[in-house]
Design a binder for this molecule. Structure first.
Ligand code: PMT
Length: 404
């Protein structure tokens, strides 16, 4: 999730679902990402989560239903002032009752009055018993709210507080944070664009338990995918085997292991894409023949492997792509950064290439930061920072050049 340079104003409305117990963690994580958080509790929510805890974590008073007519400096008419203060309004968890209230346009509760008065984007996270969620009345209310511009984030499937299993759980906090980052994203200039990203390493198996690979963590590619989604793009991610991919939200994901699998997935998705970003570190070679059983240690001190070349996926895309498709490559270099990257750009018919010196500290494989040179046929730009900041700057540069 991008961390913002200036603090952002999040209005969190908590309603009376048991999942309200997860909200203190959300508040604390929003605060650590430099958000100011105002919290409003419905009457039922007061029974689920302590205003004292929420007030301590947010560093502000918590607004209760009884405060509808109270007045405070800066918030003289609470429902109007809070509605205007917010850059984004979150309803989490949102009960069937509150959803019905909002859909009916009533303004009797502090939460529903804020909802009517705000012009900020609204994110609604329904969480309840599965049968309540599936009830036609709830479905209709949520559909109506969606038609009116509210973003409804579906609950997750799993065990519910009532003892049954079903779709009704409030999503994990990290997913809620992703949605908030999306809603607060200042630019939607990739709206309507389809972006295909490859990320991570490939594993080229020699036998059932050993493989050739590289230290790619997938973070750079995932940052490209996530920031494209923040900017409004539809995103598909083809992800090699990574250990801790983090939150994978807002995109369709295909998991692959080998370069050949990645090759197939990329070519299958190519007609769909407006832009292909090749951030994956693809193995150039695979075992000529994969052993059926684990290779045994032999008496000889050396072992020779016979390898076959993998297809160059980027070059294949470069050869096949339509005029209106954009192909962006990455170059992981250890020397002669610019020259090597430029020659890859020409050879693979890329529209631009992002060169990173993978030996420099805080750069390349595995790190959370990167320092890159974005090279076009007619110019260059340099960016450094967290991988998400770098990725966002790359999209900024591509869009300001009207390449996308
Ligand atoms: O994943 P992280 O830990 O965050 O690390 C990020 C990164 C270092 C992997 C990333 O920033 C990066 O540099 N990715 C490209 C790595 C790479 O394979 O570079 P290359 O110079 O070998 O290849 C050039 C381009 O051709 C790349 O776009 C690559 O995806 C593509 N390629 C390479 C070989 C191959 N067989 N098929 C390909 O498509």
């Amino acid at each position: 999730m991008l961390s913002w340079k200036t603090s952002r104003r999040v209005l969190l409305c908590v309603t009376g679902g048991i999942a309200a117990y997860k909200i203190p963690e959300l508040v604390s994580r929003l605060r650590s990402r430099s958000c100011e958080v105002e919290i409003v509790l419905t009457k039922a929510a007061e029974a689920m989560v302590s205003p004292l805890v929420l007030g301590t974590l947010s560093g502000r008073r918590v607004w209760l239903q009884d405060d509808f007519f109270s007045s405070e400096r800066g918030f003289e008419i609470p429902h109007i002032c809070l509605a205007e203060w917010a850059e984004v309004v979150i309803l989490a968890p949102c009960t069937a009752n509150t959803a019905a209230d909002l859909a009916s346009g009533r303004g009797e509760s502090l939460v529903s009055a804020i909802f009517l008065a705000t012009r900020a984007p609204v994110l609604l996270f329904p969480a309840m018993n599965e049968h309540m969620y599936e009830h036609p009345a709830t479905c209709q209310n949520l559909r109506l709210l969606e038609q009116r511009g509210v973003r409804i984030v579906e609950p997750e499937y799993g065990s519910l507080a009532c003892g049954c299993e079903g779709k009704g759980r409030l999503p994990e906090t990290s997913l809620i944070l992703e949605e908030i980052a999306w809603a607060l994203s200042p630019k939607r200039n990739l709206k309507g664009r389809r972006v295909l990203v490859t990320a991570g390493p490939t594993h080229e198996y020699l036998d059932p338990v050993r493989f050739l690979s590289n230290p790619s963590s997938g973070k750079m590619g995932l940052a490209m995918a996530r920031t494209a989604w923040y900017r409004g793009a539809e995103v598909r991610l083809i992800l090699g085997p990574v250990n801790t991919p983090g939150v994978l939200h807002g995109m369709e994901i295909s998991f692959v292991v080998s370069a050949l699998e990645m090759y197939e997935q990329v070519l299958d998705n190519l007609p769909w894409a407006d832009c292909v970003v090749k951030a994956a570190a693809v193995g150039d070679y695979r075992a000529k023949a994969r052993a059926e059983h684990k290779l045994k240690r032999e008496k000889e001190e050396t072992l020779s492997l016979s390898l076959a070349q993998n297809p160059d996926i980027a070059a294949e895309v470069g050869a096949r792509k339509r005029e209106d498709q954009l192909l962006i490559g990455f170059a992981a270099e250890t020397n002669d950064l610019r020259e090597n990257a430029r020659s890859k750009m020409e050879r693979k018919k890329l529209d631009a290439i992002i060169a990173n010196d993978v030996l420099a500290p805080g750069c390349g494989f595995g790190s959370d930061t990167n320092e890159v040179r974005l090279i076009f046929r007619d110019g260059e730009a340099s960016f450094s920072g967290s991988k998400e900041e770098v990725a966002d700057a790359i999209w900024g540069s591509l869009t300001s050049r009207k390449m996308l």
